[in-house]
Design a protein around this ligand. Structure first.
Ligand code: NAP
Ligand code: MN
Length: 265
């Protein structure tokens, strides 16, 4: 921990928490950390907000695998937030007394046609931008698997399995398993259309390819964690688990399963 001293704080500029953020920054300075203005110069990136702010901080700083991300919540402890802004001394204590460990979260890479690729920490979702069903052809590796018609599909990482995927009755997956889960959003299933109907899990050895079926809906959108993009003229989307893992600081005795229990039970 000791050689990592350059912190970049990621937060909104005008927030009701301004005073507390100032205090956190001055406590960091007093304890030998350097505050940097450019995230490129940081080896610790701390988001202040909720899980949404954490996801944004990772996205806006380019999914770096050479920094430690820290989630500081302005409310309660979250999925990605092991610290709360109201307990600065607890945070400091943990940092100084080596009560923290590094956890590594798997990410997925989403390639859109041959042009662009993006990472996701929670999930990638493909949906219709209008009130009309969307048709998608799913290929697992080279195998044509199914033609989906419905509201959309969500492809989540293990940590994303407790977000959007959970609302779709998918399973919660241990982040120590490098895999991705595919869940349907309101598929049409009748004598004309047939999909698997349940969520399924793919290993890191597999590639999922989703080809857009041109049947009149020209308004598909793709959601990457909490950011959306129009994919109106795209032909295919290829999704794979990557070797890139996001490192976050975790408190000892605060495993993924502690979080699941705390959040949902
Ligand atoms: P939001 O709509 O403001 O918040 C969605 C909720 O999900 C918030 O309570 C957020 O926590 C929480 N959350 C985010 N990632 C989580 C995770 N991995 N496990 C458990 N809870 C999680 O959107 P947002 O905060 O920007 O977060 C975007 C995420 O929301 C997406 O990546 C997706 O996972 C989730 N989402 C869920 C649904 C659904 O369940 N129907 C629909 C769309 C998106 P904080 O309040 O601490 O930010
Ligand atoms: Mn949020």
């Amino acid at each position: 921990m000791s050689e990592r001293k350059n912190i970049y704080f990621f937060h909104k500029t005008a927030t009701p928490f301004e005073d507390k953020i100032k205090r956190l920054k001055s406590v960091a300075l007093d304890n030998g950390f350097n505050l940097v203005d450019q995230f490129e110069d940081a080896n610790i990136i701390a988001s202040i907000g909720g899980d949404g702010a954490f996801l944004q901080s990772v996205r806006k700083t380019g999914f770096r695998d050479d920094v430690l991300y820290v989630g500081v919540s302005t409310g309660q402890l979250g999925f990605y937030c092991d610290f709360v802004l109201d307990d600065i001394s607890g945070m400091l204590d943990a940092m100084m007394n080596e009560q923290i460990e590094v956890r590594r979260y798997p990410t997925i890479q989403v390639q859109i046609d041959k042009d662009a690729s993006f990472y996701c920490l929670n999930e990638c979702s493909i949906r219709s931008g209008i009130i009309k069903t969307l048709s998608l052809d799913l290929y697992i590796d080279e195998l044509f698997f199914e033609r989906f018609k419905g509201d959309g599909m969500v492809i989540s990482t293990p940590t994303g399995s407790t977000g959007y995927n959970k609302s779709l009755n998918g399973s919660i997956v241990d982040p120590k398993l490098p895999c991705m889960q595919i869940s349907e959003v309101a598929s049409i299933n009748n004598n004309h259309y047939r999909t698997l109907g349940s969520s399924f899990i793919l290993s890191n050895q597999r590639t999922l390819e989703i080809r857009m079926v041109n049947d009149g809906n020209t308004f598909p959108i793709i959601g990457m964690d909490n950011e959306a993009l129009s994919i109106r003229n795209s032909q295919f989307i290829r999704i794979q688990l990557t070797d890139k893992r996001i490192k976050t600081v975790k408190l000892k005795d605060n495993s993924f399963w502690h979080k699941v229990k705390r959040s949902f039970l």
